[in-house]
Design a protein around this ligand. Sequence first.
Ligand code: BYC
Length: 315
Amino acid sequence: MKEINIEELEKRFQEKIDADIRIEPKDWMPDAYRKTLIRQISQHAHSEIVGMLPEGNWITRAPNLRRKAVLLAKVQDEAGHGLYLYSAAETLGADREETIDDLHSGKAKYSSIFNYPTLTWADMGTIGWLVDGAAIMNQVPLCRCSYGPYARAMVRVCKEESFHQRQGFEIVTKLAQGTPEQKAMAQDSLNRFWWPALMMFGPSDADSQHSEQSMKWKIKRNSNDELRQMFVDVTVPQAELVGLTIPDPDLKWNEEKGSYDFGEINWDEFWQVVSGNGICNKERVEARRKAKENGSWVREAANAYAAKKAQRKAS
Ligand code: BYC
């Protein structure tokens, strides 16, 4: 049989990508493509799981039974998203335990946004509205990602995120139309979460080390700055609708561009948070590490049960 060299394989791989043919787990792929996907998908999975913590903080203090049931369902959805994503990373050969250990040791990243505290009930609204809103903006294009299992996972994730965004906006709307204290609480929450939400899209295109290659491979379909701009453009009218003010004195509609100009992001803060020095980084990782430790007896029992069952089947 004729041997195919690596350049030829790479050429065929890129042709498939260019023709929008999905890459599936058993297809040949360059090592760097596999590595990039494992990095992005596992970080994405970690974000979903760590993302449960700031909201979990408010489940016991939701203002009524309906709010509590909805928040509980939302947080459970995030757990589901984490599980699809860890499974998608496993189709690339990643080991789930190792991946999770990388989160616990601080080696693996997760979204910067979850290192900010949730101080008031209004934060549940703002997180749904802005954080899930930003997640949707980023994840809808990922439904067309070149890697099949990731793209398919994103379809369901986006449907659920869309419910999350609406529940958040509903909370914010109610608060903004409530008493002056409630409106002030919503405004304060927007003031604290607006800039961190913009940071979720990652560094500016000029500083994004992975974007160019990821876009060639159609892992990413849009650049960080493109998605950030789209997010600003859809969110500003929503804030206006409920009578809240975006905390950016430089925010201005640009008629020529057909989009908003906005102020400079504090990139120093972003990199500090990403490198582990945000307000809640230590607390978040510690909570995940403890959860793993506390659940070890359940895993041991489940493994012992599975081993016993297999033994009985074999005998
Ligand atoms: N936070 O070259 P770049 C959610 C890192 S939450 C922390 O542009 P890339 C949700 C980046 O990893 C949203 N780190 O990277 C859950 C890289 O470092 P490494 C989660 C960030 O990958 C619960 C370095 O900076 N969504 O869904 O091309 C409740 C250079 O960046 C961040 C996803 O993960 C950040 N914000 O682009 C509610 C979506 N930004 O890895 C909501 C999938 C950048 O070289 N991920 N970094 O050490 C992506 O689309 C891309 O990975 C990113 C970054 C746009 C985030």
